[in-house]
Write a protein that binds this ligand. Structure first.
Ligand code: UP6
Length: 269
């Protein structure tokens, strides 16, 4: 997938969310996902309005929003239609199939009802995919497995990562469309015609990490050197000092860097 265009991949993808995402990436010339990790609904929406034009996707952590509500869901959904981006709830499900089914469909967040894409740890085994798929597939949703993580000394390496990829291959492309990973984890043993999206957090231009183990690389390192498809940027964009205009500018800056690295990967530059 590293030498194919997002447009050609959009045409062939069978999952509706992956297809829409790849189409948006091509149209908006953006492989940027902004992670909006702020804690009130209005702050989230404010950041989304600032960065919406520059992104292919907005990533949420709905359980950190103190006043999460139906009105918030309606507004972010409206913005996703108007500004043309996918909503990715970074839920990181990690329980048995029956429990994740309930967590995905029910509770105070009803994630499946508004989030186009979500993710899960492969730790519990393939039952976590069947459980989430039973809710998500009828709605046209998509799932990523966490095959690797960005934080220092995390345990998702080697055999664990390979098993995550094997689990995704066994599940088939109907629901599992890719990975959270730091590299092209799907290269080894790729099956004819498969197309996984690799989405990568731990991206920042200004710092090497934080005090709690986060590790940052640049958009070029992620997209060109490592062949990943989507860069996920949080504090590097919403946390920039200098006011709201600056947040918007910074999103554009990451969009351009990510896109240039993609074009370089295709050999267009
Ligand atoms: N995230 C990581 N690393 C992972 C998986 N997920 O950082 O391996 C998520 C975090 C956060 C975002 O939960 O929402 O990506 C990164 O934010 P940052 O750019 O502010 O560090």
């Amino acid at each position: 997938s590293t030498t194919k265009t997002y447009a050609s991949r959009a045409e062939l993808h069978s999952n509706p969310t992956a297809k829409r995402l790849l189409g948006i990436m091509e149209r908006k010339q953006s492989n940027l996902c902004v992670s909006v990790d702020v804690t009130t609904a209005e702050e989230v929406l404010e950041v989304v309005r600032r960065v919406g034009k520059s992104v292919c996707m907005v990533k949420t952590h709905c359980d950190i929003i103190s006043d999460f509500s139906k009105a918030f869901v309606d507004e972010i959904t409206r913005l996703s239609d108007e500004m043309d981006f996918i909503i990715f709830e970074d839920r990181k499900f990690a329980d048995i199939g029956n429990t994740v089914t309930l967590q995905y469909a029910s509770g105070s967040h009803t994630i499946a009802s508004w989030s186009h894409l979500t993710n899960a740890h492969p730790l519990p085994g393939p039952g976590i995919i069947s459980g989430l798929a039973s809710v998500g597939v009828p709605l046209g949703r998509a799932l990523l497995l966490l095959a690797e993580m960005s934080s220092k000394d995390n345990l998702a390496t080697g055999h664990y990562t390979r098993e995550a990829v094997r689990m995704a291959r066994e599940a088939g492309p109907e629901f599992v469309v890719g990975f959270i990973a730091m590299s092209r984890v799907d290269q080894e043993g790729a099956k004819e015609g498969e197309d996984f999206l690799v989405m990568t957090p731990g991206v920042g231009l200004h710092s090497a990490g934080d005090k709690m183990g986060q590790q940052y690389r640049t958009p070029r390192e992620v997209v060109y050197d490592s062949g990943c498809d989507v860069i996920i940027v949080g504090r590097g964009i919403y946390g920039i000092k200098g006011g709201e205009e600056k947040v918007k500018e910074e999103a554009e800056r990451y969009r351009k860097e990510g896109w240039a690295a993609y074009e370089e990967r295709l050999g267009r530059k």
